[in-house]
Every structure is written in structure tokens, then in C-alpha cells.
Design a protein around this ligand. Structure first.
Ligand SMILES: [Zn+2]
Length: 274
């Protein structure tokens, strides 16, 4: 087998969920940024010279078919909310940017019922097939996010395989092309789940807090930096411009090893993900 000789760059992977005009009435909802904040964040990304790429771009780079911009970054959106299409995408297009959307494989699911299960809030609309196809035409990548947003660690092998493999097939059917990337709902992943994802034929998969802080050291569990309501602009700058993913990794590792006494565990750092 030919050894890949490409140098592996450090690339930050950001994780977004909803982008909405104003805060929802429901205070438990955390996984959104306002349209104004999102616009500022994209301006900051541009201002600091970053160029958003997709996992497909990265795959082509690894295969020696594409060169990367000087400062690549990957901007991801989980769940495929309609507001990603309506609010985030126009802002990104304005900045000549692209991103990665992880959509549900079961295309009959029109609303994110898992939000209600997790936060007891109202449910929000998801993108339809045409909207996914349109994003793809605009250069966005569409990845898979299971069939119906189950926590894969709660499922047996058959159920988990169904959720992973069928989501790939279903989205491939919508796009009429191969789908390469996957995101674990709730960031819930272990070695067993990773091996199903690999066997299903995905090249890359995203977790949240579980993978290596070094980009591309765990291609089936890319660590991502969450950007949500708890990310004021100063913190966004810290996440973007400092090796913040190493800090989060150190923190979670120390916590797991119980090096940190309970009273030092800052609950705000343990952010919920969906
Ligand atoms: Zn999700």
C-alpha cells in the first residue's frame, strides 16, 4: 500500500446547530447562535484569513488532488435545521464560504423531535431534499447524522448498523453521489460505533469532545469546537485563535482520570451537544 506523504495540517472544526434571529423563549435551549453573532463570527473568520473547506476537499488533499488554502477551517452544522439553510447559508455565501451539513437519513422526518426529548422545548423544522441538493450545488458538503438521531451507544449492533449504513445510503440517494462524512448524535461514540462507521464506508466522522485534539489523528472521531449560545465573541476568538481544543482535551482527560476534584469541575464547560 502506498504510504501517504501529505503533511497533516492543523485545522479547526467548528460545530454549529441552529442560527436564529433572536433568542427562543425557551431558556433551556442552548444550541443556537443569533444571526447577528453568526454574521460577526463569519466576519472574524474572514478577517483572520481563514478559508472554510469541506471534508471532501480534505479527502482530495490527502489524495494529492487538491491543495489547501493557507489557513483552512471546517464549519459544520448538525441536524440540518431549516434555519441553517435560511439564515446561516446566505451569510456564508456572502463571504464566499462553504460548510458541512450533517443531515438525517430518514428523509420523512420533518422536525427535530430529539430537541423536545432532550430539552422539553418545541421542535424545529429541518431542510427538505431540494434544499440539501441546493446546498450541495453551492459547494456545501452534506454528511450523514444517523437515520433518526439516536444515541448510538444505546443501540445494539444491528440497530446501530441500520442507523449508520442506511443514513449513508439515503442521503446518497438524495444527492446522487457518494457521502463521505458522518457526525455522531450527542457526540456519543466508542470504538464499536467507529468500526461500524468505517465499515459503512465513511472516510471521516465527527464527535465533539472525544477525539484527539490534533486534527486528523482520529479520522473517525474528529474533535470539534462547539459554537452556541454560550460562546460570546471573546470566547469565539479564543476558540478560533488559540489551541483551545488542547485545553478542552486536557480538561476532559483530567476529569476522566478524576485528577480534578469535583468542586473544580466547572459545569459550564460540560456543554450539552445534540
Ligand atoms: Zn444532532
Amino acid at each position: 500500500m502506498k504510504k501517504e506523504s501529505k503533511k497533516r495540517p492543523e485545522i479547526k472544526v467548528l460545530m454549529y446547530h441552529r442560527v436564529i434571529d433572536s433568542a427562543p423563549n425557551d431558556p433551556v435551549q442552548m444550541h443556537y447562535v443569533t444571526t447577528d453573532d453568526f454574521r460577526s463570527q463569519m466576519q472574524i473568520i474572514e478577517w483572520f484569513g481563514y478559508t472554510p473547506i469541506t471534508f471532501i476537499d480534505y479527502k482530495l488533499y490527502r489524495e494529492g488532488k487538491l491543495s489547501l488554502p493557507a489557513k483552512p477551517i471546517i464549519i459544520t452544522f448538525d441536524d440540518g435545521y431549516l434555519d441553517t439553510y435560511e439564515k446561516a447559508v446566505p451569510i456564508m455565501i456572502n463571504h464566499n464560504m462553504r460548510g458541512v451539513v450533517f443531515a438525517m437519513g430518514d428523509r420523512s422526518i420533518r422536525r427535530a423531535s430529539w430537541d423536545q426529548k432532550q430539552h422539553d422545548c418545541e421542535t424545529y423544522e429541518l431542510m427538505d431534499d431540494n434544499q440539501l441538493r441546493e446546498l450541495r450545488k453551492l459547494g456545501f458538503e452534506i454528511g450523514a447524522h444517523t437515520m433518526s438521531h439516536e444515541n448510538l451507544l444505546d443501540l445494539n449492533l444491528d440497530e446501530a448498523s441500520y442507523q449508520i449504513k442506511c443514513s449513508k445510503q439515503q442521503i446518497e440517494e438524495v444527492l446522487n453521489e457518494e457521502v463521505y462524512s458522518f457526525a455522531y448524535p450527542y457526540g456519543a461514540v466508542d470504538k464499536r460505533v467507529q468500526s461500524i462507521v468505517e465499515k459503512a464506508g465513511f472516510a471521516y466522522a465527527c464527535g465533539v469532545y472525544s477525539g484527539s485534539p490534533r486534527f486528523d489523528e482520529s479520522v473517525l472521531d474528529f474533535r470539534r469546537l462547539a459554537v452556541d449560545q454560550r460562546t460570546p465573541l471573546y470566547k469565539f476568538l479564543i476558540k478560533l485563535l488559540t489551541p483551545y481544543q488542547y485545553l478542552e482535551w486536557s480538561y476532559h482527560t483530567l476529569k476522566k482520570k478524576q485528577v480534578l476534584p469535583e468542586r473544580h469541575v466547572n459545569k459550564r464547560m460540560i456543554t450539552e451537544v445534540s
